[in-house]
Write a protein that binds this ligand. Structure first.
Ligand code: PMP
Length: 402
């Protein structure tokens, strides 16, 4: 039976409000998702019932909080089909996870880091900084006019100089789904480490890190119905064990003297300081929530919505859709002679929340000769009626702007 979003909307109290006197139509889910009661309850219960600092305490609350935090790690590991929970490192988000990896790699002049034209700034700038301090160079996999990556160019760019290849699973700007398994296999065959940015994949597709065969995978909790300030770096044990620690502090050490310190085992080696305990617990609740509905049912529903939106919008005069037809999550468009900011502002007055601008993908925007696009992005609670409201709002705004 098809998934019925009206049954879950009451799980998200924020959606019930009016904006500018109109029912809120929230279509900015690629920026962040709304949080269900199950997640809000998990956060609240943590503070009401078991709040304590973890790992070092012998008292009851410290043990309860530690157990809940480590159970959350197990939950994430299960969701990713990781070989072991120790490969799941909690961070503050995808950006933090990528910066962690960029900080622990040592490159030398002549080495290359390969990224794609579709990347979010957070999967470009940390590598640029690594290249600047090491003398390595950054190479870019180009994309075709339809917003898919040029796989021939990718293979031609791979060489024994490629030390790290980093690409997104799903583009936050265009919704392009990259052939990540094939890309991982090609990069690994060239001897490169591989990082997959799953920030946009996590709410929409099933992730199996063992099948994927990357070395690192990152995501943020807030894109998958969990709070901000919690994220994950999954890293292959054999790779992380051989790399140095990053931040120094409590928890990441085995023993400290003023002469030298020795470091803790995974995952604690990369978790200096008090972590976001509540965030990790809430992330586990969010994963339970989506699995309770069924990731495949959610994905099918979102696919239906995005196709309906693409069809309706493409019928409008001078409207250009970016990205391939089989896009997932995000639908980007531009309208000749209309600035995306004006369009976004006008449809906000009709209660419709979309994102306008460069989506933290300035190089991609430059590649397409635009300063930005209007982007509608979809989640499990969006409805057909909301898609129709979006289309009608854009149509109405165009009459006003032209
Ligand atoms: N990568 C992609 C593809 C994203 O969409 C985002 C968030 N827009 C990020 C990385 C960065 O995520 P965060 O800001 O949560 O660290």
């Amino acid at each position: 039976m098809a998934f019925d979003p009206s049954k879950v909307r009451s799980d998200f109290p924020i959606l019930a409000q009016a904006v500018n006197g109109k029912p809120l139509v929230y279509l900015d889910n690629a920026a962040t998702t709304q949080k269900p009661l199950a997640v809000l309850d998990a956060s609240r219960r943590y503070y009401e019932e078991i709040n304590a600092n973890i790992h070092r305490g012998t008292h009851h609350l410290a043990r309860a909080a530690t157990a809940a935090h480590e159970a959350a790690r197990d939950r994430v590991a299960r969701h990713l089909n990781a070989s072991e929970s120790a490969e799941v490192i909690f961070t503050s988000g995808a950006t933090d996870s990528i910066n962690l990896v960029a900080a622990i790699l040592t490159l030398v002049p002549g080495d290359e880091v390969l990224v794609s034209a579709l990347e979010h700034h957070s999967n470009i700038v940390p590598w640029q900084m690594l290249c600047e301090r090491s003398g390595a160079s950054l190479k870019v996999i180009p994309c075709h006019e339809d917003g898919t990556l040029d796989q021939d160019a990718f293979r031609a760019l791979l060489s024994e100089r490629t030390r790290l290849t980093a690409f997104t699973w799903i583009s936050n700007a265009f919704g392009t789904v990259n052939p990540v398994r094939e890309m991982c296999a090609a990069a690994k065959a060239a001897g490169s480490l591989v990082l997959v940015d799953a920030a946009q994949a996590i709410p929409h597709v099933r992730i199996d890190v063992r099948e994927l065969d990357a070395d690192f995978l990152v995501f943020s909790g807030h894109k998958v119905y969990a709070p901000t300030g919690i994220g994950v770096l999954w890293g292959r044990r054999s790779v992380l064990d051989a790399l140095p620690p990053w931040r120094g502090g409590g928890e990441m050490i085995k023993e400290v003297t003023f002469e030298r310190s020795t470091y803790n085992v995974l995952p604690f080696k990369y978790e200096a300081g008090t972590p976001n305990i509540e965030g990790a617990i809430a992330l586990a609740a969010a994963l339970d929530y989506i699995e309770g509905i069924g990731l495949e049912a959610i994905a099918a529903h979102e696919q239906h919505l995005i196709r309906r939106a693409a069809e309706g919008l493409s019928a409008l005069t001078d409207l250009r859709l970016f990205g391939p037809d089989d896009r997932v999550g995000a639908l980007s468009f531009g309208i000749h002679g209309v600035h995306h900011y004006d369009l976004g502002t006008l449809i906000d007055q009709m209660g419709v929340a979309v994102r306008t601008g460069h989506h933290c993908c300035q190089p991609l925007m430059a590649r397409f000769g635009v300063t930005g696009t209007t982007r509608a992005s979809f989640a499990l609670y969006n409805t057909e009626a909301e898609v129709d409201t979006l289309i009608a709002a854009v149509e109405k705004a165009l009459v006003m702007l032209r």
